[in-house]
Design a protein around this ligand. Sequence first.
Ligand SMILES: Nc1nc2c(ncn2[C@@H]2O[C@H](COP(=O)(O)OP(=O)(O)OP(=O)(O)O)[C@@H](O)[C@H]2O)c(=O)[nH]1
Ligand SMILES: [Mg+2]
Length: 491
Amino acid sequence: MPSKTKIDTTGDPLAYLMLPPPNETEEQRQARLAAEAEAKRISDAIDEELQRQAKAEKRSPKPVKILLLGQSESGKSTTLKNFQLMNTPRAFRAERASWRAVVQLNVVRSIRVILDAMSDAQAHQLPQTSSPIRTHAPELSHSHSTSSIASRYRHPPLTAEHQVLKLRLAPLVQVEEALIRKLTPIGSSELEATQLRANGSHADRARALDKEVAVHSQFAWKDMLQRMVGRISSEGEEGELDEPTRILHACAADMFTLWHDPTIKAMLRAQAIRLEDLPGFFLHSLERVTHPKYVPTDDDILRARLKTLGVSEHKFTIKEGGMNRDLRIYDVGGHRSLVRAAWAPFFDDMNAILFLAPLSGFDQVLAEDETVNRLEDSVLLWKSICSNPLLGKTNLILFLNKIDIFRAKLDAGIRFGQYIISYGNRPNDYDSTSAYMRRKFGQIHKEYSPQARKFYCHFTAVTNTKSTSEVLVNIQEMIIVTNLRNLNLAD
Ligand SMILES: Nc1nc2c(ncn2[C@@H]2O[C@H](COP(=O)(O)OP(=O)(O)OP(=O)(O)O)[C@@H](O)[C@H]2O)c(=O)[nH]1
Ligand SMILES: [Mg+2]
């Protein structure tokens, strides 16, 4: 006999779904009840496990969270790479091959800057005068006085051989396009890729320099490239190299000649372009990085430049005081217009903010706003972070970064006081200028912090893994210990 169970289903739409089939036999009913009992047993076991995990999580210390902040190109992602190299070296190195396309793109970009400067110089080629070459003009600054415009083109003239070199390097445009395609597959709206223009005025070039390949932090570009690289290396033969690698290898000698040519060097000096200070500079290792079997070293990965969009979370487990601690680092994109507003939601729960201010930016303007000096932008950003009430209790750690480039600029005779007016005529050496900036950032920290807190400040070159890891180990320790102390106080 089919069983007839009467269930009141009014008001509960789910109850209909739970009804037994209308013509259920006694045997079917027993089987259904047994299945339901088994399902309940499994469900209860899962609930129990979840409760156990939740209790365990409550007992174990909360993860320690560090947010990396600073303007675009300040070195946030490079600092993250240092954390990865220090805490998960195997995973960091497993991604080596994926970085090759980024290094290749960086090489092409540097060559494109030279080719653009050549076009600019050729368009303005002047009869030679005996006036000296201006060597220390502000990088990509725009001075409109006739004499300064003339001095931009006061160098030995470019010759027919230079023109030939330029034509021979034209296939690099193709490489740039192929690499951008590789990093930005069709339909991937998460990526923003733009190219440098082949021609264009000085102002155009300054604007174009801002346009670079950016990768969204959530996009798994490394996995994708890793698979492609795996395919290429398993194919093995040199004849089957991917197009960018093949063309870059074929153009290597011409790129080398171009970069080492004295007239080109004089032209770049006259146009105040210090390529070696720009991010992603690899022209000093052309032979190595254009080799068909090139695999990036740790150092190359740290120097490779790929702009970040969005925010990404990176988890590490580190040993501290004989215990495993969960460390989370957040890397954000620092570009002014796009992302700074997106930082605020991350302020709430951070144990520390690691703020990067590149001192080397003292003679540069922001890529996104040519009226703003980069160092001044860093100072203003620091002021807003120090004074933010949401961050009143957060440890702020300042990295006065890129001191290697900063030193090189001072050594080249670029005058700090010419750009940082308040510095005046004080000595133009590293010790005096860096101490001045440390004081300046320290004063802001003291004056604007909602309540007194310690000023942690380090002079860094985060592309130097050895010195950076020493600083980061201390910081990790300090933050974890402070976190534990606060937890104990809260108990
Ligand atoms: N020479 C030198 N280069 C550095 C230093 N710090 C960073 N760089 C380079 O500067 C470039 C920019 O660094 P990133 O870490 O990508 O900058 P970011 O702050 O993440 O920039 P966004 O993602 O645009 O916000 C990279 O090519 C780095 O290798 C430094 O101390 N010295
Ligand atoms: Mg970044």
